[in-house]
Design a protein around this ligand. Structure first.
Ligand SMILES: NC(=O)c1ccc[n+]([C@@H]2O[C@H](COP(=O)([O-])OP(=O)(O)OC[C@H]3O[C@@H](n4cnc5c(N)ncnc54)[C@H](O)[C@@H]3O)[C@@H](O)[C@H]2O)c1
Ligand SMILES: O=P(O)(O)OC[C@@H](O)[C@@H](O)[C@H](O)[C@H](O)CO
Length: 362
């Protein structure tokens, strides 16, 4: 039985966590790890993956060409509404790690959101004495592990105090910084992503994990400075390019980056972010790490072949702005600085898009 489970089978999981696992398996053929992957909502992708023998093609699309590989680390794909399949996966003592990518909206208290479903699985696991587990959020949320832990703990405390105690003793919620630009594609068995990839993890894995550390994953004591770096430099820049770009009739990130005024606004955003990047954190990354991140970001945004659509990034705009531009502005104001023109311009563009009603931002 697979020792890994995933909630939120989609594009990013297959370009990132499943890809790292595939590579770790390649280096450790005697100790391979496999995934059971559950969709978050619609069953369509699980059905397509099953019909395709759970093998899919990952295309790493650089500015100059493609590299294609077949990924086999997902061995079972299950529709998210298969409650029996979910309970069976959690009841298996072999299960060691559950990764999660359900978007920002998947952390609420709806029955279909991640916390409720995880608690159902964890309760089943406790009932059969199947042992400890790591639950790893891989969504673009600040403090994603803490957020998920808090949500699961609150639900447990409200329903069953003994279960809440069991969660505290047996389930860990590592925090992660995840990065790999992965646009959505139409073919369910083909995932297109960029060559760049990063995964930084802080936290314990009480039942073990794949040898991700052998394939570039960094294990650190505190992931917050890495998350902050990525969220405020990359994701905030995506948000700025998206709303400014849509207002100008542009369609993709590389087009927005190619617009001199938008590019200048992004560079201005990075200037606004820099003095507050470490604010409220216990450590700040060294300047040269920031410079390296920005030097890598410019060609990533310019990649003309990745076609990352602004309409995709525009979704869930309010949640994203709260974590990105509004958080940056709050940090600047707290530091006695002006709120920041690039952040204000992004929010004004978002408001204009909402007013016009041409694009979905919810
Ligand atoms: N695509 C990227 O470039 C990228 C990069 C880094 C991180 N991420 C993170 O991964 C997340 C998913 O991205 P993706 O490209 O895989 O999207 P996707 O649409 O391909 O897959 C999203 C998955 O989440 C599920 N889901 C969505 N909303 C949900 C909800 N409210 N409750 C429960 N399940 C829900 C969907 O059913 C689906 O299984 C992003 O929101 C982001 O946090 C994505
Ligand atoms: O994934 P979202 O929807 O939070 O934001 C859209 C993009 O900014 C995002 O997916 C990036 O491509 C990604 O975070 C790169 O690692």
């Amino acid at each position: 039985m697979p020792r890994l489970a995933h909630l939120g089978l989609g594009h990013f999981f297959r370009a990132h966590q499943a890809w790292y696992t595939e590579r770790a398996n390649g280096l450790n053929p005697d100790e391979t790890w496999a995934y059971t992957a559950f969709t978050g909502r619609s069953p369509v992708l699980a059905e397509a993956m099953t019909a395709g023998g759970d093998r899919y093609t990952l295309i790493e699309r650089g500015a100059d060409g493609d590299t294609a590989s077949t990924i086999t680390s997902v061995t079972r794909s299950i529709p998210g509404d298969d409650a029996d399949g979910w309970v069976a996966a959690f009841s298996d003592p072999e299960l060691a790690v559950v990764t999660v990518t359900v978007t920002e909206s998947g952390y609420g208290d709806a029955p279909t959101a991640a916390p409720t479903r995880l608690l159902t699985g964890i309760a089943a696991r406790r009932a059969v004495g199947a042992g400890p587990l790591a639950v790893v959020s891989c969504d673009n949320l600040a403090g994603n592990g803490e957020v998920l832990h808090g949500a699961v703990a609150r639900l447990a405390e409200a329903s069953d105090l003994a279960l809440a105690r069991w969660v505290e003793r047996n389930v860990t919620f590592p925090s992660t910084m995840v990065d790999r630009i992965t646009p959505h594609t139409d073919d369910p068995l083909v995932v297109v992503t960029e060559p760049f990839s990063e995964w930084v993890i802080a936290g314990d894995f009480p039942a073990g994990r794949p040898a991700w550390h052998e394939v570039g994953v960094r294990f650190v004591d505190d992931v917050a400075p890495y998350e902050r770096r990525k969220l405020w430099l990359l994701n905030a820049a995506h948000t700025t390019m998206t709303y400014l770009g849509l207002l100008r009739g542009l369609e993709t990130i590389d087009q927005a980056w190619g617009d001199a005024e938008i590019r200048a606004t992004v560079e201005q955003l990075w200037t606004e972010v820099r003095p507050v990047l470490g604010q409220g954190l216990s450590m700040t990354l060294p300047d040269d790490e920031m410079d390296a991140a920005l030097a890598a970001l410019r060609p990533r945004f310019a990649n003309p072949r990745i076609a990352h659509r602004l309409e995709q990034i525009a979704r869930q705009g309010r949640e994203k702005l709260a974590q990105r531009q509004q958080a940056i502005m709050a940090a600047r104001i707290e530091a006695g600085l002006p709120a920041g023109e690039a952040c204000e311009a992004t929010i004004a563009a978002f408001d204009e898009i909402v007013r016009k009603g041409e694009f979905r931002v919810d």
